[in-house]
Ligand binder design. Structure first.
Ligand SMILES: *Cc1c(COP(=O)(O)O)cnc(C)c1O
Length: 385
């Protein structure tokens, strides 16, 4: 077996090495055109991402965070409004709500999937609820069937935070295409990553799409005449050109992520570990991601649970194996949001996930021996410890 100098959590250089010429062609095309902001490269990417996601319109923006902020603005979310979302997410989801003076009404996760527990959302709706914002965490979609029904009953729009889930499916429909709005991130570590910050909003509503095009460009129409509050949320042409080149590889990369996930499942069992699905139970020592029925999981992250998570992370780090906790501090416990009055213990499933979860390497270019190295190290920790 090949010996590796450790295994990184993510190796962007390995991917770049396989598409170097395409990336350089894309960059050169934009540099030669000297057209750097919005324009034909951005429009081409908007069309191809919308098509890829099974949605009518794509609006290229400066980041996933700005996709969420612009989406909330397009729904007129403001002071006194409430948006229902999950405490177990990246800061950007909840921070965007706070930036507009609105309040995040948090609903605990389903511990099996780490996604918002759709069955508890109805009970959180009030007459101030302006939107429901599920997050498709780690690359698997929240239960959109239940959410669409609950939201539909009260005529509340859904904004999908699909930053980690481009190409994921729930009952055949893709992430970002089901809600009123869907938000993608092209942060370099996402499944489709730019050479910097970039994002996109998806929608099937032509009017909302037009409004988002205004909001992302200072709310001006025509130029220098303000029609509403907007910002500079524009996407750069260089990022769009690079993303168009990378999009042609996304399905191969997703297949490789899924293959790695399948390999992990096999290897952990072969290593003799007591494995459970989604959550730890009395008999298991490691829980592997639960794949829900009729879902296409795109594995932006492969997240395991163990009881002594921090000790495992240190052990892996000593063996130069990368891992990360997504996320160690749920939103209801963040200092910035104390005014909302949430307390420790309010969302026990999120709090337990924050203590037990650990993302291990899943990127497409991992070699079989690297997966064996990761599994071997985790086995050694759980056995020798
Ligand atoms: C990455 C991410 C964002 C923010 O995207 P950026 O492009 O980094 O601004 C928002 N929500 C989730 C769940 C994310 O993973």
């Amino acid at each position: 077996m090949t010996r590796y100098q450790g295994v990184p959590l993510l190796d962007l250089k390995a991917q770049y090495a396989t598409i170097r010429a395409e990336i350089h062609d894309a960059i050169n095309r934009v540099v030669e055109s000297q057209h750097f902001i919005l324009g034909p490269e951005v429009e081409a990417l908007e069309r191809s991402i919308a098509l890829y996601s099974g949605c009518e319109h794509g609006i290229g923006v400066s980041s996933g965070t700005d996709a969420i902020l612009a989406s909330l603005m397009a729904l007129d979310v403001g002071v006194g409004d409430e948006v229902i979302t999950t405490p177990y997410t990246f800061l950007a989801t909840v921070m965007s709500i706070a930036r507009l003076g609105a309040r995040a009404v948090l609903v605990d996760i389903d511990p099996l999937t780490y996604n918002i527990d759709a069955s508890k959302v109805e009970g959180a709706i009030t007459n101030r609820t302006k939107a429901i914002m599920p997050v498709h965490l780690y690359g698997q979609m929240a239960d959109m069937q239940v959410l669409v029904q609950v939201a539909g009953n009260s005529a509340i729009p859904i904004i999908e935070d699909a930053a980690q889930a481009i190409g994921a499916e729930h009952f055949g429909r893709r992430a970002g295409s089901i809600g009123s709005l869907g938000c993608l991130s092209f942060f370099p570590s996402k499944n489709l990553g730019a050479l910097g910050d970039a994002g996109m909003v998806l929608t099937n509503d032509a009017k909302v799409a037009e409004r988002l095009r205004l909001i992302r460009n200072q709310g001006q129409k025509p130029k220098y005449y303000s029609v509403e509050v907007g910002g500079n949320f524009r996407l750069d042409a260089i990022q769009a050109a690079v993303l168009s080149a990378k999009l042609t590889h996304l399905d191969e990369w997703t297949t490789a992520r899924q293959r790695n996930a399948g390999q992990y499942r096999k290897l952990f069992v072969e290593a003799g570990l007591r494995v459970s699905s989604g959550v730890l139970d009395a008999d298991s020592e490691i829980a592997l991601p639960a794949e829900m029925d009729r879902c296409r999981h795109v594995y932006n992250q492969f997240v395991i649970r163990v009881r002594e998570r921090d000790a495992l992370q240190n052990f892996l780090s000593d063996r130069r194996i990368g891992s990360e906790v997504y996320y160690p501090h749920p939103m209801h416990l963040q200092r910035t949001f104390v005014a909302w009055g949430y307390r420790k213990g309010a969302f026990p499933h999120s709090e337990l996930a924050a203590e037990q979860s650990l993302a291990i390497p899943i990127y497409p270019e991992l070699e079989p021996a690297m997966l064996e190295t990761v599994v071997g190290a985790i086995r050694d920790f759980l056995r020798v410890k």
